[in-house]
Design a protein around this ligand. Sequence first.
Ligand code: GDP
Length: 443
Amino acid sequence: MFQSLSDRLSGVLDKLTRRGALTESDVVEAMREVRRALLEADVALDVVKDFTEKVKAKAVGAEVLRSVTPGQMVVKIVNDELVAMLGSDAQPIDLHAAPPVGILMVGLQGSGKTTTTAKIAYRLTNRDRKKVLMASLDTRRPAAQEQLRVLGEQTSVATLPIVAGQTPLQIARRAEDAAKLGGFDVIIYDTAGRVTVDEELMDEVRDVKAAIHPHETLLVADSLTGQDAVNTAKAFDGRIGVTGIVLTRADGDGRGGAALSMRAVTGKPIKLIGVGEKWDALEDFHPGRIASRILGMGDVVSLVEKAAQTIDVEKATKIAEKMKKGSFDLEDLSEQLKQMQKLGGMGGVLGMLPGVAKIKGQINEAGLDKSLVHQRAIISSMTPKERRNPKILDAKRKRRIAAGSGTKPEDINKLIKMHRQMADMMKTMGRNGGMLNKFLGRT
Ligand code: GDP
């Protein structure tokens, strides 16, 4: 699903994350490529413009978190805007109404309306344990009512018995009566489709809708038709009002233009997507998950989210200042170790970095995590004076600290050595401003 779009976008973003520092023109260039990719995917022009402008404005003004790179930050911004464009929260079918709850299915011929009717009925029956009745109001296509009856048999869902010669309105009323008598929870009405949007079709659907007051009116549109699907949805919504959209054939759609434009252009949520011909090939539309599928950058996004949740910006700034001055003490080291632990230990930190996942097996994570815990225990067994000035740590003090932290004096020596190396490295970087900024992921 949406594979070609996904390949393009993840290619652009992957390039960004592999850089330590970014300039504004890097971001502008990346957005140009994102824009091209979205247009090729048949996303509506206004939607593309709006999207890239928002990302650019946010990326340029963003405060980059210290534990991530600017590129990773931009990926997060692109992801968040994509989620917003797709509609933010999932909006499943709403059944909160007095039974029988009516769902009216509308759309063009061949969009997958009848198949989707059966898929929804199948899911409500088997997953949600609802008693569902399907009724075909399609009196135009001779075989339409029979087609739904057969689908009902195949999915073991009840269908309204066929009575020849009735109008759509008469069938709808009969379905309502039958559902009330039979104690059904839900009625799904499948309506007639046309090859294109025309007045007669719209009038017919509007009359039915006015008579039955469905709780949901779902427009079924074919994902493969891109902007045509969006225009169809707009036309139906303008004429009869829809509550949501079902996008079918997403399984065969490499571009995703309809999915990406639908919400922004019509203002209506995509509630479900069809992902195959089988009865269970129907999924709730989760903007977050879809964005993650399209960008293929879920790991980077969760890294930035975790960093934003756990890294205390003020503390990090203070530590960075101390690094610059070369006065990074053991208190600061302990704080850094704490942040690493919050990020899920070494395994968590390493696993979230792109590329590292591959070599993760070769790194002894358990050992690293254990030493994180030990190192923090050692530091917390020291007096504040010792933490500020490790030079005063003589053999006697080391023995006391080892006993207090359940470690050995050698462990304390190792920690002091590590701290000294880090402090030296930071001092060198502090003298060389450019390198420090690079280390902090700043331009
Ligand atoms: P209607 O005229 O709108 O009622 O369309 P149908 O329900 O008869 O569907 C037309 C064709 O599209 C059928 O062959 C369905 O199997 C197929 N179809 C419907 N939804 C999907 C989907 O999500 N994925 C795929 N691959 N095929 C679908």
